[in-house]
Design a protein around this ligand. Structure first.
Ligand code: NAD
Ligand code: WQD
Length: 337
């Protein structure tokens, strides 16, 4: 029996494949490579010394997706595949709704057809909108302000409705905070196309000389140093959380929702400073206006995942920076290096 990982060639997916293989699972990846390359999977195989069966398939291709379920004995699905750029989602809402919502509906229909009713879904802290207080708990009110976030919220609702209608499904919704870092080997990592949207790849690409300066989006927030505070979590901790979730699915838990974060908030200035120390050079920055839609502070209460999944993040800020830097230095052009 195998785990189907949709979007498994991507950033979080590739790291999760490593942890699944190391834990002894058989892994099948379905990815259309729209934001990744097969090279990541070649490296996953190298790291683990184990094989992955890869299908280059779009979740919207119902026939081809069905063929995977016909061929393979799939026990559970970890569903990472989706488009994830907040700004782009505002420009291209139809593409985001079609890819993320329709793609997931096609997947769920086929899973039901084959009696595969175990799914771990990649949700996001973005579903908490503008939280009133921190740390954020799973039962806080949900809202979304952009099409990307709305797809996550809608998909959570769809999965909750599905379970309501048929309680033989087992669904785990994992709400990630801010994944950063890379595998220790420095051979797999985050490989954004074009100018990065997120802070950490922007910092590492500045440190490696690809970009000139980091723009700090606002230094007048109500935070200790005025810049935005986030819960950065090492991608390998996140990947381990997925293995725990798959183990939990085997115990038929019904529907569960967990925050995956560290519970610690760091500011933009904290991150620039930590990276400067790790890479041994000053990282130039300029203060820019606030980015529309950003919130001041966001960090998790991750105690539910600790209690029910026996999972907690183990890797600290220095390790996150060191690993992100090793990946960036070894692969200045990402997988095209
Ligand atoms: P990523 O872009 O690196 O990985 C997503 C993968 O899905 C890519 O390999 C892409 O080619 C594939 N994909 C997209 N649409 C597809 C489709 N229709 N059919 C087949 N494959 C498709 O992104 P990531 O950072 O690894 O994120 C994985 C998941 O986690 C996404 O659902 C994302 O929304 C969610 N998430 C990410 C973050 C983050 O900050 N990285 C935070 C919270 C949630
Ligand atoms: C972090 C902090 C910025 C870039 C996003 C998505 C969220 C989730 C994770 C998928 C903020 C500041 C950023 C820069 C900066 N993804 N910043 N200069 O916005 O917390 O979350 O990724 O689900 O949905 O919204 O992450 O890395 O973009 O920003 O000053 O060039 O860094 O203002 O305070 P964010 P981020």
């Amino acid at each position: 029996m195998a785990i189907l990982v949709t979007g498994g060639a991507g950033y979080i997916g590739s790291h999760t494949c490593v942890e699944l293989l190391n834990a002894g699972y058989e892994v099948i990846v379905a990815d259309n490579l729209c934001n990744s390359s097969e090279e990541s999977l070649a490296r996953v195989k190298k790291i683990t010394g184990k094989d992955i069966r890869f299908y280059k398939v779009d979740l919207l291709w119902e026939k081809e997706l069905r063929e995977i379920f016909q061929k393979e004995k799939i026990e559970a699905v970890i569903h990472f595949a989706g488009l994830k750029a907040v700004g782009e989602s505002v420009q291209k809402p139809l593409e985001y709704y079609h890819n993320n919502i329709t793609g997931t509906l096609v997947l769920l229909h086929i899973m039901r057809e084959f009696g595969v009713k175990n799914i771990v879904f990649s949700s996001s802290a973005t579903v908490y909108g503008k939280p009133e207080t921190v740390p954020i708990k799973e039962d806080f009110p949900l809202s979304a302000t952009n099409p990307y976030g709305k797809t996550k919220l809608m998909l959570e609702d769809i999965l909750r409705d599905l379970y309501q209608a048929d309680s033989s499904w087992n669904v785990i919704l994992l709400r990630y905070f801010n994944p950063i870092g890379a595998h220790k080997s420095g051979t797999i990592g985050e490989d954004p196309q074009g100018i990065p949207n997120n802070l950490i790849p922007y910092i590492t690409q500045t440190a490696v000389g690809k970009l000139e300066t980091v723009g700090v989006f606002g230094n007048d927030y109500d935070t200790p140093d005025g810049s935005g505070v986030r819960d950065y979590i090492h991608v390998v901790d996140l990947a381990e959380g997925h293995v725990k979730a798959v183990e939990k699915l085997a115990g038929q838990p019904g529907i569960r929702t967990y925050n995956l974060g560290t519970g610690i908030g760091y500011s933009v200035f904290d991150m620039i400073k930590a990276f400067s120390q790790v890479c041994g050079k000053e990282i130039p920055y300029v203060i820019k206006p606030r980015r529309p839609g950003d919130i001041a502070v966001c960090y998790a209460d991750a105690s539910l995942a600790k209690e029910e999944l026996d999972w907690s993040a183990k890797r600290g800020l220095d390790e996150m920076c060191e690993d992100a830097w090793r990946w960036q230095e070894n692969n200045p052009m990402g997988y095209r290096s």
